[in-house]
Design a protein around this ligand. Structure first.
Ligand code: GLC
Length: 575
């Protein structure tokens, strides 16, 4: 039962609108489709949904390139469709969080269009980060920064007279110019955008690239450690690998163990905290526990915790947890580091295993991160291909573990079905800018974004009724369809439903974790609110507690448990 500060313990389900449900049958999901399918999320037992962007956008970065922050892209519907979705969600008792993309707009936004037409030094240009080039004729970029998606982070415009003009900064795609957050005008616009959605009843915002926005004074050159270029952490996995922070296999270290690397001049600058505080004031004008959730790829957790100090945001995604391999020691350390860091500022920890930017955990947890670095994606020519059965088994164990932890957890659409990454997408179907900006060297993120299967026998597996799909769905996904798992006791869907029901019954989200000893180094064992949770990440079976006292009766198992022993890659909950 959620009372006050619902977000402290909430399970929040990420809906990726392009790929959830498609009411008009054009192959791209839409808001009306989401509304129709909301009942399934209420049945699943989540507390809230987070909607990835559905705003007006040329869709160069799947909607994270916003051309109008206060309208719905016609491909996704209308503002009226949004209101209907909100009303239905609230009727079902689901909170709704929307995405806010403040670091950059689309180059099609009217602000940017005005900026490139206005003269150098104008008010319009001052809304973005324009600079003169270096070298003869200003032909060289103003500094050496690289785009997260590959290639230079600067592009040059052509002036109306046909001559090469100034350069503008884009930490992501060239169609995503960075806004100038030193400019009070930009700040005011975003406060209005927050109010626009708060007035429509949203329960909060997931803030995209919440560690970006402010750039170091003078924008000095910076060269990230070799091979860096993940989703933008101040010390992403690639940086850690390059710095030797992970051991040779990369499989044993918690992401929270990484040394604090020098902060790049474009991430995690002190000024972002001022912005967090301004927004917090806006949210506090509204009733009903509205929340700000930081998508900030900042390591380690104790640094990330600065985003959720009492007058800043409410939650931050725990990417250190997501990036930690399936290894008991490493998981224990990242859990401890997270709980310590977040509780030191009075915030709940969050937990997340999958989202629209990373390889789905049913695939990732059996990959070697050194061979398959974060952000590179996986495709037909990747060095290593996962064992799908082991992947699913581990994913189920990892999810059952995550959903027992105190704090708030995020579930990405399709993980409740056990979906793997779609590896064999044809090259010509790929749409992630990473794929294009690295000339196909990195596959990018399309493999986790494929429309999800609802009905095994329906066109597009029930995504719509025309059979169209913006990314092709693997044939094998009929096996994962919701209707073929519904009511099937051992299915992944039923495992999630049961975990969520028990989590609510025992109020695990508001609980406290106490480690249990005596199960060996390859096992994670803890108690939370009277529930004992044991997960075996090793290769040998582990003896479970015997007898008939508390903590001996299995109420949840991620895979079959026989004869009082816990097999490898399995999690159980006992009461
Ligand atoms: C965030 C989003 C990602 C997007 C990027 C640029 O990391 O999650 O999908 O590409 O920001 O907006």
């Amino acid at each position: 039962m959620l009372t006050t500060e619902w977000w402290r313990s909430a399970v929040i389900y990420q809906v990726y609108p392009r790929s959830f449900a498609d009411a008009d049958g054009d192959g791209l999901g839409d808001l009306a489709g989401i509304t129709r399918r909301l009942d399934a999320l209420s049945v699943l037992g989540v507390d809230a949904v987070w909607l990835s962007p559905f705003y007006t956008s040329p869709q160069n970065d799947a909607g994270y390139d916003v051309a109008d922050y206060c309208d719905v892209d016609p491909r996704f519907g209308t503002l009226a469709d949004f209101d209907t979705l909100m009303a239905r969600a609230h009727e079902l008792g689901l909170k709704v969080i929307v995405d806010l993309v403040p670091n950059h707009s689309s180059d099609q936004h009217r602000w940017f269009q005005a900026a490139i037409r206005a003269p150098e030094g104008s008010e319009e240009r001052a809304r973005y980060i324009f600079r003169d080039g270096k070298g003869p004729g200003g032909d060289e970029a103003p500094n050496n920064w690289e785009s997260v998606f590959g290639g230079p982070a600067w592009s040059r415009i052509t002036d109306e007279n046909g001559k090469p003009g100034q350069w503008y900064l884009h930490l992501f795609d060239s169609s995503q110019p960075d806004l100038n957050w030193e400019n009070p005008w930009v700040r005011e616009q975003f406060k209005d955008i927050l109010r626009f959605w708060l007035d429509r009843g949203v329960d909060g915002f997931r803030v995209d690239v919440a560690h970006g926005m402010v750039k170091a004074a003078g924008m000095p050159d910076y060269m990230p450690p070799a091979n860096a270029g993940s989703m933008g952490g101040s010390a992403g996995l690639d940086d850690a690998l390059a710095s030797g922070a992970l051991d040779a296999s990369g499989m044993n270290e918690a992401a929270s163990d990484r040394p604090e690397l020098p902060t790049p001049p474009y991430w995690a600058q002190d000024g972002v905290h001022e912005i967090n505080r301004e927004w917090r004031e806006v949210l506090d004008e509204y009733d009903g526990d509205r929340v700000l959730v930081a998508e900030a790829w900042v390591d380690p957790p104790r640094k990330l915790a600065q985003w959720v100090r009492p007058d800043e945001m409410h939650q931050a995604f725990n990417f250190a947890y997501l990036e930690t391999p399936w290894n008991a020691d490493a998981i224990r350390r990242v859990v401890d580091a997270s709980l310590d860091a977040f509780s030191s500022v009075g915030a709940p920890s969050t937990w997340v295993l999958s989202n629209h930017d990373v390889i789905r955990h049913a695939t990732r947890l059996v990959l070697n991160p050194e061979l398959n670095p974060q952000g590179a994606g996986i495709g037909p020519n990747s060095p290593e291909h996962p064992d799908p059965e082991l992947g699913l088994r581990r994913a189920r164990a990892a999810s059952a573990l995550m959903l027992a932890l105190p704090g708030s957890a995020y579930v990405y659409q399709g993980e409740e079905l056990g979906l793997p990454e779609a590896i064999h997408l044809p090259d010509e179907s790929r749409q992630d800018p990473t794929w294009f900006r690295t000339d196909g060297e990195k596959y990018g993120r399309d493999g986790c974004r494929v429309p999800i299967p609802w009905e095994a026998e329906a066109p597009a597996f029930g995504f719509n009724d025309t059979g169209l799909s913006w990314l092709p769905q693997p044939e094998i996904w009929s096996q994962f369809a919701r209707d073929s798992q519904d009511g099937v006791p051992d299915s992944t869907l039923e495992l999630y439903k049961r975990s969520l029901a028990l989590r609510a019954e025992h109020d695990l989200g508001n609980g406290a974790l106490e480690w249990l000893q005596g199960y060996g180094s390859e096992t994670i064992a803890f108690r939370n609110s009277g529930v004992t949770v044991i997960a075996n990440t090793g290769t040998e079976s582990v003896q479970l507690p015997a007898g008939d006292g508390p903590g001996t009766r299995i109420v949840l198992q991620s895979a079959g448990v026989d004869g009082g022993t816990l097999p490898p890659d399995t999690t159980v909950w006992l009461v």
